[in-house]
Design a protein around this ligand. Structure first.
Ligand code: DGJ
Length: 339
């Protein structure tokens, strides 16, 4: 039996473990995977297949606007901003496009991602541009001097001259920027470095012979982790990841991010991003829970990943909080996941 002193130190240890959760819970700010996520106007966030850009002290979330009642000939990319990753302010439509390449009815704009160029101080948006049958398979770019837009359409092209459908974004710790793109004829996906002005592709960095969509990348504790989903349309499947010491490889075998039976808890990867705080670094999985029959009602699954020693695990979704200053997270009732 512990004596009084023992109980005292146990209580102190317990309190220390709970403190970050208690202070975060006090503000009742939770990220709730799968729930309707409302913006500052009280409207569901429309930022599907999206990407995050951390610029200054603010996080910007860009994504596909799938809301109902829009002009079907137009596509819009939304922009939201946040200082805590929990509350998001609608900053308007960063881009509104009317079929820039005459692709016909039901043309497609998916997975917008925005890069900052330290050379030109411009912001460049990449997106997947396609026709109704997904045969055009190009990326498109748009540019703005303001992060929130409006972005001006530049052009569409095939990166490295190859078919490109789902795209992903990665910016390394040294500031170099990469586009990830899936190329069906090659039965795999590419990691390609962007030019300093972010307007074109500089060179191929790696090809991974694994046909994956929703490609995402993160650099954590000296290792690169690449993540993607198998190709099952809007239906979820077990997302997989591989690791490498260098972006150019060699890359490890692919492993599952969560138990296969869970199909990534009904979601598909769209991005991995890091919150580097004073106390810890947290890697966040950003995924879409697609609802193909009502795409406007598709949801988001964001969870802090359990990282280390070459493993990347997506814990079962549950409400969580993050302190973006310290990087400390608190999952559910504390102790149920990484914190
Ligand atoms: C899977 C892709 O990841 C989505 O972005 C979208 O293109 C669907 N396929 C369309 O079926």
């Amino acid at each position: 039996m512990p004596n009084v002193k023992g109980f005292q130190s146990l209580a102190v240890a317990l309190l220390a473990a709970l403190l970050p959760c208690l202070s975060q819970a006090a503000s009742s700010n939770q990220i709730r995977p799968g729930a309707v996520w409302l913006d500052n106007r009280g409207q569901p966030i429309q930022a599907h297949g999206g990407g995050i850009l951390h610029y200054g002290h603010t996080w910007y979330w860009f994504g596909e606007d799938r809301s109902t009642g829009q002009d079907p000939r137009k596509h819009s990319v939304t922009c939201y901003s946040s200082s805590d990753l929990e509350h998001w302010k609608f900053r308007g439509y960063a881009l509104q496009l009317s079929d820039p390449e005459h692709l016909g009815p039901h043309w497609v704009l998916e997975r917008p991602k925005v890069y900052y160029s330290p050379l030109t101080h411009h912001f460049v948006m990449y997106m997947h541009l396609d026709n109704a049958h997904y045969r055009y398979a190009h990326v498109a770019t748009a540019i703005s001097s303001r992060i929130t837009g409006p972005y001006k359409y530049v052009r569409s092209f095939r990166p490295l001259g190859l078919e490109s459908r789902d795209i992903g974004q990665f910016v390394d710790d040294d500031g170099s920027a990469y586009l990830i793109f899936e190329s069906r004829p090659s039965h795999g996906f590419y990691i390609a470095q962007l030019s300093a002005d972010r307007l074109s592709i500089e060179k191929q960095t790696a090809f991974l012979a694994m046909p994956l969509e929703g490609g995402a990348l993160v650099h954590d504790q000296g290792l690169y982790y690449v993540l993607g989903s198998h190709m099952t349309g809007w239906r979820p499947n077990p997302n997989v990841y591989a690791t490498a010491k260098a972006l150019s490889g060699p890359w490890s075998e692919f492993k599952q991010i969560a138990p296969a039976s869970q199909d990534t808890y009904g979601s598909q990867s769209t991005m991995l991003f890091k919150v580097t705080g004073k106390k810890q670094t947290t890697v966040v999985f950003m995924g879409d829970i697609w609802k193909p029959r009502s795409l406007w009602d598709s949801r988001y699954l964001w969870m802090p990943l359990q990282m280390g020693d070459g493993t990347m695990l997506l814990p079962p979704p549950s409400p969580w909080t993050i302190d973006t200053k310290t990087g400390v997270t608190c999952v559910s009732a504390c102790g149920a996941g990484p914190n």
